[in-house]
Design a protein around this ligand. Structure first.
Ligand code: B12
Length: 280
């Protein structure tokens, strides 16, 4: 039986700001057996410290406890890289440290990818993803791609710094139902808009449902540039993508009713979250 641990809760990551060597009490992963909980903390710490070999060792150990690949990505790996982001923002970390932590994430993702693919359900559709032109960030996009694959999509990842014309070429070649743009920089988010405009100018806008994501991206930005869906994380992306190829499959890209249906998914999520908090 796979061991699933709650990764949906919002945790306080304050303890990660201090160099704690010993195992410690936190509110995270409390539903995990003690051995796994401490392994999760080791994974968080080694990503923060940029220790890629040790990180992959601990990932392997966690897998031997039958922790699912999805739990590792959404749990300790997400917590570790979030703290790296905070340190970078506060000038506590500079590029070399961030690059070492990014290497940990990439190596761990490479290790996990075959397992995610093995979890793949029945084929449900085709998606193209890419990080827009000028932007080299790809950890989040890779996670989204992997989660979509696990949910049954065939995913064509175009890589980083993808120009609009490459997206257009790939739409013609792979005929996807969905195309996703990732952008992590405020200076490159505008390329999402340029890419939407270029797809429109080629007469392809109705053929694809456009998803946008990345740290500076919001629902307001998605509305402004005329994309169909915004997802703040991979789980929301999967939920919306599945809706696009099932109940909403007849709707065209750019249809205001599709956009509204995507917002309804967020509203329902919020309601479920609010009622879970009220019960808890
Ligand atoms: C790792 C990192 C790097 C690594 C990237 C390695 C790699 N291969 O990806 C390196 C060191 C190379 C790097 C470089 C730079 N970085 Co940087 N980087 C980060 C950092 C710390 C983490 C990003 C990350 O991987 N997060 C973890 C993933 C899991 O989260 P995520 O990407 O948000 O993805 C999730 C969601 O957003 C969503 N999602 C993401 N994409 C998509 C796509 C779709 C379609 C959907 C639906 C959803 C979705 O789902 C994902 C999974 O849940 C962020 C800090 C931060 N808070 O984001 C800064 C950050 C993004 N970087 C920043 C900067 C400034 C830079 C540099 C310009 C620094 C420099 N002076 O050179 C360069 C830019 C290089 C370039 N041209 O792109 C700034 C951007 C600030 C701004 N206002 O634009 C940030 C915010 C740090 C900061 N606070 O200052 N960086």
């Amino acid at each position: 039986m796979p061991l699933t641990i709650d990764t949906d809760r919002e945790y306080d990551l304050e303890d990660l700001q201090y160099d704690i060597e010993d195992s410690r009490e936190t509110d995270r992963w409390c539903d995990a057996p003690p051995d796994v909980k401490s392994l999760f903390h080791e994974i968080e710490w080694n990503i923060i410290d940029g220790e890629h070999t040790i990180t992959t060792d601990f990932i392997n150990k966690a897998l031997s406890f039958k922790v699912t690949a999805r739990t590792l990505v959404a749990g300790p790996m997400a917590a570790g890289i979030a703290e790296v982001g905070r340190r970078f923002k506060m000038d506590e970390y500079f590029l070399p440290e961030v690059m070492m932590s990014a290497k940990c994430m990439h190596e761990a993702l490479d290790l996990i990818r075959p397992l995610i693919q093995a979890e793949k359900c029945e084929e449900v559709g085709t998606v193209i993803v890419g990080t827009v032109q000028g932007d080299l960030h790809d950890i989040g996009k890779k996670i989204v791609a992997m989660m979509l694959e696990a949910a049954g999509f065939t995913v064509h990842d175009l890589g980083v710094t993808v120009p609009p014309e490459r997206f257009i070429e790939a739409i013609r070649e792979y005929k996807p139902q969905i195309v996703g743009f990732s952008a992590l920089l405020t200076t490159t988010m505008n390329m999402q808009w340029e890419t939407v405009k270029a797809i429109d100018a080629e007469g392809l806008r109705q053929n694809v449902k456009i998803f946008v994501g990345g740290a500076p991206i919001s629902q307001a930005w998605c509305d402004k540039i005329g994309a169909d869906a915004y997802a703040m994380d991979a789980l929301v992306a999967v939920e919306k993508a599945k809706a696009c190829v099932t109940g909403l499959s007849n709707m065209k890209g750019g249809d205001p009713a599709l956009h509204e249906a995507m917002l309804e998914i967020d509203r329902l999520r919020e309601e479920v979250k609010a009622s879970a908090t009220a019960v808890g």
